[in-house]
Structures are given as C-alpha cells and as structure tokens.
Design a protein around this ligand. Sequence first.
Ligand code: 13P
Ligand code: ZN
Length: 277
Amino acid sequence: MSILDVKFVQGFIRMCNDGWEQGWHERNGGNLSYRMKPEEVEEVKSFFTQEGEWKEIDTSVPKLAGEYFMVTGSGKYFRNVILDPADSACIIELDEKGENYRIRWGLVNGGRPTSELPSHLMNHEVKKEITGGKHRVIYHAHPTNVIALTFVLPLKDEVFTRELWEMATECPVVFPDGIGVVGWMVPGGRDIAVATSELMKQYDVAIWAHHGMFCSGEDFDLTFGLMHTVEKSAEILVKVMSMRPTKLQTIEPQNFRDLAKDFHVTLPEKFLQEKEA
Ligand code: 13P
Ligand code: ZN
C-alpha cells in the first residue's frame, strides 16, 4: 500500500490531470488544495516522512488551526502531477494558531506550497464556516475564455453572472449564487486573498481579471465540474460575441424565474434586472 493508493490522493491527482487536459494549466499556471478529513489524516499519517520547519502563511486563518491540506507546489506543472505526485504536491499541517504551516509529506525534491496559499486558505476558512464544513476543495485555474471575457465585459458581478447564466440553461442551476469578480491585482499575496475570500462569502466562483478563476466545492467532482461549466459557458459567449455584436434571442429574466421554480433554486433578483444600455 502506498499513499498514492489512498482515495483522496487519487482524486487530487486525477483532478490536476483533468485540468491539464482541458488546457487550463500552461506551465505552472493554477493550483489546487484539499482540506483533509480527520479520518484521512489518520489513514496517511504513517506515510509522513517529514517534520519540516514551521513557516509563515502570510495571513491568519484561526478557524483552520491544526488542519491538514493536500496542496500543489509553487512553480510545479499540473502536467507532471500524475507522473510524480511526490515531487509536485505536498501535505501541509497548520499550527494551533492558523498562522504557520509545515510540510509533512511530498515536495521531495524541495520547494514550497503554491504562492496562492493565502488565497486558498482564506477561501477555505470562509467556506468551512459558511457550509458547516462541507466544502473541502479550492481550485485555481487559468481558463482561456473566462480570461478573454475580462477584457471586454465590465468587471461587475452582475454582468458576468447574467451573461454566463444566459449561455447555458444549466448554469443558473449549477451556480445559482452567481459569480464574483476581482479587478486586476498583484497575485500571490494577502491583499488578493482578502478580496477573493470576501467574494467567497457570497459566491462559489471568483474571477480574477486578466488572470483566471477560483472555484470552491464539496469534493473534486463538484469543484472541477463548476470550473468546467463556467468556462464552457464563457466559450459559448466568446463565440456568440464573435459572430454578432448583439444576441438575436436569449434566456430572458422570466425564463430564469420559471427555471428557478422548477429546479428549486433561488436566483437573486439583482442578477435579473434590466440591463443598462
Ligand atoms: P504557483 O506555481 O505558485 O502555484 O502559481 C501559479 C499561479 O497560477 C499563480 O496565480
Ligand atoms: Zn494563477
């Protein structure tokens, strides 16, 4: 038995590879983190080979004190995760204050967890609280069509949500709370982590202008599926906008209200208002 046979480790590796195959992870683009269950920590503890030194997270996440995460490494390529997970990813432990981490497994050839660790952990902290511990996956990718749209659509939650909802009938059912947008910011630090985690209080999806997207979900399937659904919708929108300056027909506000009723979702009215000319 190897740690690589454990179910959550397999799920983590598969998700990295699926993202690579979608073309969302050029070079070292993107990162993934998974908040492990207590029984999963027990399951893999015997494989821990390291008691690395404590390092600062660069932010504080007290509600995640003592938790363990599987995380991709900074500068590591998603395309390599499947070939050598122990080189590309790691398991980290947080201290009792939620201010420092140490590596317990992985990154065997050196390195550190993703530079977006502050964003991942602050998003995890918000989502753990709001979902009563259900959300465990935070995923950052660089999907082409979503990024392209951040150059031509106003950087407003209402605009991105409504435009992407309109592109596929499943969208309002898959992300009924909508999408948040962060204007361009320097990545990799606490400031962008604070801005993103603020949006995660309302949404499961946050777009970083001219950079990429963050998704939060309960498990690997749901979180990958969310990223996939939003990016597919963005691809349709890019095609529609490339074919015609305006849509000839679309899903109308009343259609969304009818859909919400039948599919038992609540769609905030702020996304269904008349669009400004
Ligand atoms: P890392 O290689 O540090 O994970 O950074 C990749 C990235 O996408 C930064 O936003
Ligand atoms: Zn990025």
